[in-house]
Write a protein that binds this ligand. Sequence first.
Ligand code: HEM
Length: 484
Amino acid sequence: MSKRVLTTESGAPVADNQNSATAGVGGPILLQDQHLLEKLARFNRERIPERVVHARGSGAYGHFEVTDDVSAYTSANFLSEVGKKTELFLRFSTVADSLGGADAVRDPRGFAVKFYTEEGNYDLVGNNTPVFFIKDPIKFPDFIHSQKRDPFTGKQEADNVWDFWAHSPEATHQVTWLMGDRGIPASYRHMNGYGSHTYQWTNAQGEAFFVKYHFKTNQGIRSLSADQAAEIVGKDGNSHQTDLLQSIERGVYPSWTLYVQVMPAAEAADYRFNPFDLTKVWPHSDYPLQRVGRLVLDRNPDNVFAEVEQAAFSPNNFVPGIGPSPDKMLQGRLFAYADAHRYRLGVNHTLLPVNAPKATVANNYGRDGFMAANAQGRDAKNYEPNSFGGPVETGLPLSAPLAIHGYTGTHEAPAHTKDDDFFQAGELYRLMSEEEKQRLVANIAGGLSQVSRDDIIEKNIAHFAAADADYGKRVEEAVRALRD
Ligand code: HEM
């Protein structure tokens, strides 16, 4: 077999890839060595800004197949009939650490799905937790600052982590979840995914429903104790990546069953919990799980940078029949992601193969910008309206309109009858077995006992006590035992 010739980026043959050109043997390097200059310059530009959160992740392709008829609730075409299959890409991630961080850590996991539907890409950008730490997006940058590396010490600080939570009683539910058994998944395959927010579905008759998505793992939930995780991190920082890659390579395809909870829109106003508060779940006894379909991952990406690092998910990529709810956190996210992509990847990130629609084509009047890699419409007019047969609007809203009343201003989220920051955290605690409670308390005390200030510790203990008196008492005793 004849060998292929090594070339420069412009395709010219390279004469020597081992020795740079010098002025005489042993002399300084010549500026005319184009191959050397190009090689070093290109190398300097291999990295792009990492995601500000969820920097570390793993991705795979697969498909979603509808198993149950949900057309009474949504007109979304990809969910329209039993047996319908849609290609997808899923990226899992940890949240707080940087790109080089370890996988087996106590942290929520991202669960971001891009469905390549015939009506455009639908991105469902969720986590492995049904709730979140905060309920207003204005707190998100402060929250993340407190959980990531401190700008002075350059490392994660227990003081910052727990100080933020001391000032955020609404985090008590999610902190209880995170410090519990599911806080360190054994792998990405062995955890559930949740849309977490409430979304709106609209059916063909224009009726609105509020829904919550639950992807239940068919591999079974498996988690790690703090000690098991520390041992794994010491041996293989990439344990989740290794597991996902090898599982798919072996043909053992992980799958999840999608269920939704469905609330008729008219019930939202009087529900006992604010259905748009991301720190709350809807108990299944109120809104049972209804099966929708099966998600399977069966293909590894060919290139991690091109397809995983450059994957861009945005919660505002909806398709007809699915839309946002008034959840303030979700509303903030509708802005944040595409903005992050324009910074991290550039204005043409939607042209990259992993992000471009696959089952339809994008037809619009956006043109040019950095890295415009294709013809973008060739001789089609780049303004609208036009007389030359260019794409036109449908006039059909994607989702049903929502009634709004009241005054503009900075408002706290409206409280419903059962709303407070602690009730559901207490319910979660009381659901746990005695052994689970012991592990939960030990995990919390392990972190909280490292905090330097008594007032921060006391405020956190008060939150656990407000959730359940026994919970607070045990955390207090465990922290005292570790600090004495
Ligand atoms: C107001 C609150 C939030 C803001 C402002 C926010 C912002 C961001 C930003 C800027 C990124 C990086 C995007 C990129 O560079 O590609 C990101 C990633 C991500 N966020 Fe959020 N986030 C918020 C809350 C949440 C919540 C509640 C969830 C889950 C329910 C979530 C799940 C994710 C996931 C899974 C990723 C990684 C997506 C990927 O794999 O590329 N975020 N977030």
